[in-house]
Design a protein around this ligand. Structure first.
Ligand SMILES: [Zn+2]
Length: 140
């Protein structure tokens, strides 16, 4: 495993510790790496009204955009699960793929997505996870 991948997955695992997930008990962290070397993380935030819950990737993207950052997204790591239990590979949900696409398209990026489990990391490009995506260009 590359050190870049290991480092970003480790940051996602650390971010998962900040999850607020009293209902599912499923703690997820996301780490977004940018071309300038900066990394922004997020964790899932659940709500008693379940449908209002936010995924880790959406929280991270919201942090980036709300702080005015518009850097080129080069890599994303997602990791998580139920603490103390063996966890499978965690992939971004459909909504988060769309949210990540919006951020990536600001700079024409197709970031690598590292979806981590306890033992394996699935590596895919965002364009593979969300082919033929609808994005900002469609509104031009
Ligand atoms: Zn999601």
């Amino acid at each position: 495993m590359s050190s870049e991948r290991n480092d970003l997955v480790a940051k996602a695992r650390l971010a998962a510790k900040g999850a607020y997930a009293p209902y599912s008990g499923f703690h997820v962290g996301a780490a977004l790496a940018f071309e300038d070397g900066s990394v922004v993380t997020g964790a899932n935030v659940e709500n008693a009204s379940y449908g209002l819950s936010l995924c880790a990737e959406t929280v991270a993207v919201s942090k980036v955009l709300s702080e005015g950052a518009r850097g080129k997204l080069v890599a994303v790591a997602v990791a998580g699960g139920k603490p103390g239990e063996r966890t499978p590979i965690v992939t971004p949900c459909g909504r988060c793929r769309q949210v990540l696409h919006e951020l990536a398209q600001l700079r024409g990026a197709d970031p690598v997505i590292w979806c981590a489990g306890d033992e394996d990391v699935l590596e895919m490009r965002l364009s593979e996870l969300l082919p033929n995506a609808f994005g900002p260009a469609a509104l031009d």
